[in-house]
Design a binder for this molecule. Structure first.
Ligand code: GLU
Length: 289
């Protein structure tokens, strides 16, 4: 198996110290395995996309010495692939249309959870639309023991999630007509033959859904490694919403040394090249098996 990893930023703003940690971890893991590292611009959610942010992210990565080994993939250009996967799932009977409004779901909410699926869904439209117009399309999750997805995260250790009780049937096509993140990410990783996913622990909760969707589509499940997220002084995840400062392009080495420290890698280096060789060697000792 030849290692293929990726960094998949959403172009909602410039890179900051938190996203740098994910970028660096995925980059070091690819380098430590002698593999490829590919950047994917996750602009599937067009309303959240900030014009110019993707180019700025790519320029910042380059400035920091991280270059995609292949032409970056843009989700906005991959609609046909998402449609084809959607039709396969539809033909196989895995998905169904849902007519519930957000309000209706909120009223019958069992568990609030997860960044990407905003609300847990109680399965109201599983057996039909009850006269309502179709809004979203959902993937039917299994019942009973089959609903329990387990995997071993290379950083966080063994993980278990019961899709039926903790998640519910989740949307692959949203009520606004856009492809859901869960579908796009699984189709993109499979089409790019990604073998190793390294990203922030805020996505740990999405992983069981993605593994189940991989099984429905008959594509391989990559290895997962979720690094701890970087919090601000108030204990909130560093993000544009919590006021994270954009990376300073004039001081890449300082920011990289700091990001590496967050990953438990303590190196000092006088140049980007020296930094990457020292940090890759340290990463390899812990994670490249
Ligand atoms: N685009 C997602 C984010 O920026 C990352 C998705 C992934 O790595 O799977 O949070």
């Amino acid at each position: 198996m030849s290692y293929r990893g990726r960094f998949a930023p959403s172009p909602t703003g410039p890179l900051h110290a938190g996203s740098l940690v994910s970028a660096l971890a995925s980059f070091l893991d690819a380098r430590a395995h002698g593999g490829s590292w590919i950047v994917r611009i996750e602009d599937v959610d067009a309303p959240r996309t900030v014009p110019g942010a993707a180019d700025e992210i790519l320029a910042t990565l380059a400035h920091f010495g991280m270059h995609s080994d292949e032409a970056p993939v843009w989700q906005s250009a991959r609609g046909d692939a998402y449609q084809a996967a959607f039709e396969r799932l539809q033909t196989a009977g895995f998905i169904y249309p849902c007519g519930c409004t957000r309000r209706e779901i909120a009223d019958s909410l069992v568990h609030a959870h997860a960044r990407h699926a905003t609300l847990a869904y109680p399965g109201t439209c599983r057996d039909g639309l009850h006269g309502k117009p179709a809004r979203a399309w959902r993937l039917r999750v299994p019942d009973g023991d089959a609903a329990v997805i387990t995997f071993v995260d290379r950083w966080q250790g063994p993980q278990t999630q019961n899709l039926a009780t903790e998640v519910g049937d989740f949307a692959l096509k949203r009520a606004d007509g856009l492809w859901a993140y869960q579908l796009a990410v699984v189709v993109d990783d499979a089409d790019a033959s990604i073998t190793h996913i390294v990203r922030g622990a805020d996505l740990l909760d999405s992983t069981a859904r993605q593994i189940y969707l991989q099984q429905c589509l008959g594509v391989p499940t990559p290895a997962y490694l979720h690094v701890d997220v970087v919090n601000n002084d108030a204990g909130e995840k560093l993000s544009k919403q919590t006021g994270a400062a954009p990376l300073d392009r004039h001081a890449p080495l300082e920011a990289l040394v700091e990001a590496a420290r967050h990953l438990g890698i303590h190196v000092s280096a006088g140049s980007l090249d020296a930094f990457y060789s020292a940090a890759t060697a340290e990463w390899a000792k812990r994670f490249a098996r």
